[in-house]
Design a protein around this ligand. Structure first.
Ligand code: PGA
Length: 251
């Protein structure tokens, strides 16, 4: 049995007091749910606030990105060890917004993954096709290229530590969710690729999250699919009630 994960990707939202309020609210609700791993991923500037708010509860802290070098003259960047030092256990890598606006590639995703794993952070690596790619029938090809570009040649024991998030780009922040059948199809394909590349044990254990306009109303049906092990939630993670309802659906 894979323990489901519900991760909140706050993106570039919230100030200090809102973050404090949201994290404390979630500590009260999410912190009491058993059988679901809950991760909050605020922006760098809010890591300390959220860390303090959830400390001592079961809610985990994650960042939205990292840079692969350990330290040095890299103005504006944050390393894996800095994230650990701020209380993070997880880090999102290769989100489609990073690929779209900040030139992230499969090769740079891979370098970030390596540095996260070396530091002992658990990476949540994101993959997903654009609407154009889906419409021209190349979804499978695109996902396989992203996943193999990021993970191929990893040792099975390292691959086993990674969380994967399938986020169709056309569903992110648009209110358009993939149907459970559509999402399941891609999740199955990812798990098959993991089995072929790293063996059945790794494939059976790896958690594959769905992301893209997941809301309280659509969460249960999506997460009931056999290969969907939780969600990476953007918009709906910014409200205590919505995020809590999604966590309850995962359980
Ligand atoms: P959304 O974002 O839930 O707002 O669509 C998901 C994500 O980008 O991780």
């Amino acid at each position: 049995m894979r323990t489901p994960i519900v991760a909140g990707n706050w993106k570039m939202n919230l100030g200090r007091s809102q973050a404090q309020e949201l994290a404390s609210g979630l500590r009260e609700t999410a912190g009491k749910e058993k059988g679901v791993e809950v991760i909050l991923c605020p922006s760098y500037t809010l890591l300390h606030v959220v860390h303090d708010a959830v400390q001592g509860s079961s809610v985990a802290l994650g960042a939205q990105n990292l840079f692969w070098e350990e330290k040095g003259a890299y103005t504006g960047e944050v390393s894996a060890s800095m994230l650990l030092d701020s209380g993070c256990s997880h880090v999102i890598i290769g989100h489609s917004e990073r690929r779209q606006y900040f030139g992230e590639t499969d090769a740079s995703v891979r370098r970030r993954l390596v540095s996260a794993l070396e530091a002992g952070l658990i990476p949540i690596v994101c993959v997903g096709e654009t609407l154009e790619e889906r419409e021209e029938g190349s979804t499978e090809l695109v996902i396989e290229r992203q996943i193999s570009g990021a993970l191929e040649r990893f040792k099975p024991e390292d691959a086993a530590k990674i969380i994967i998030a399938y986020e169709p780009v056309w569903a992110i922040g648009t209110g358009r969710t993939a149907t459970p059948v559509m999402a399941q199809e891609v999740h199955r394909m990812i798990r098959n690729w993991m089995a072929k590349t790293f063996g059945d044990d790794v494939a059976e254990g790896v958690r594959i999250l769905y992301g893209g306009s997941m809301k309280p109303g659509s969460a249960a049906e999506l997460m009931a699919q056999p290969d969907i092990d939780g969600g990476l939630i953007g918009g709906a993670s910014l409200k205590v009630d919505d995020f809590t309802a999604i966590i309850q659906a995962a359980r």
